[in-house]
Design a protein around this ligand. Structure first.
Ligand code: HEC
Length: 222
């Protein structure tokens, strides 16, 4: 009996199964909850105490590295390339006339001129040569000492002067700072006051003074 109806039973069972699938009486059980993948949270650099602790406390010691290999000298390229600048036809702008230097080099020749001939255009400013010989003389009939060999003496005259140049400059600018001792009955100063002209500091230019000093430095005893 069973064996006879077996195919039918099987069919019924199959149909029942199919019907059950097609129209479920109860709502299908929900899918198992999907596994939520953990969202990636970017790791914020936290002021971690461990990181702080890593900060090197000791200053790194500089270790001079020995040169590992002898530096190879680069051979100069056998044919140096010369870039030829094509000649331009543009004429060069006229060069500016060089402005005369405000402080020209002291000129002993100019100083000699001033000393012997005086100061052009200023007749009131007395000429040095009116009181000073520059060559040795039998009798000094001028007011000031003879300048012959002054370059040799200038550095030794005043113990308070640093140099011959300083002494010569101050002889012009401050005649009373150092007084040349009288020579016999030849009097060069009276009452602490030099008989030399007193106001050259106001009358002469810096260049004139420099030139005069440069000239007097050439007056050596021969
Ligand atoms: C009116 C006269 C007079 C004139 C001008 C004069 N001197 Fe004199 N000069 C003297 C007398 C006097 C002395 C010595 C007394 C003294 O030490 O100041 C002297 C001293 C000097 C000395 C020191 C000399 C030494 O042997 O140590 C120098 C340097 C000098 N004069 C330079 C000049 C120059 C440069 C001028 C011109 C710019 C000039 N003098 C113009 C009278 C003159």
């Amino acid at each position: 009996m069973i064996a006879k109806h077996a195919p039918v039973l099987l069919l019924v069972t199959l149909l029942a199964t199919l019907a059950g699938c097609g129209a479920p009486a109860t709502p299908a059980p929900p899918f198992p909850p999907t596994l939520e993948l953990p969202t990636r949270v970017p790791i914020q650099p936290t002021p971690d105490s461990r990181l702080v602790a890593v900060t090197p406390q000791v200053q790194p010691t500089r270790v001079a590295l020995e040169p590992t290999a002898t530096p190879t000298r680069l051979r100069p390229s056998p044919t140096p390339t010369i870039t030829l600048i094509p000649p331009t036809n543009t004429p060069l702008p006229p060069t500016e006339t060089p402005t005369p230097s405000p402080t020209p080099q002291p000129d002993p020749a100019r100083g000699a001129q001033l000393f012997a001939n005086g100061f052009a255009g200023r007749p009131d400013v007395p000429t040095c040569a009116s009181c000073h010989y520059v060559e040795p003389v039998e009798v000094n009939d001028l007011v000031g000492p003879v300048m012959y060999g002054i370059a040799d003496r200038a550095g030794r005259r005043d113990p308070n002067e640093v140099s011959a140049v300083a002494y010569l400059r101050n002889s012009i600018l401050m005649p009373n700072k150092y007084l040349v001792p009288n020579e016999g009955d030849k009097v060069y100063a009276v009452g602490g006051m030099s008989l030399m002209h007193q106001t050259y500091a106001e009358e002469l230019t810096a260049d004139e003074i420099n030139d005069l000093v440069a000239y007097m430095l050439t007056l050596r005893a021969r």
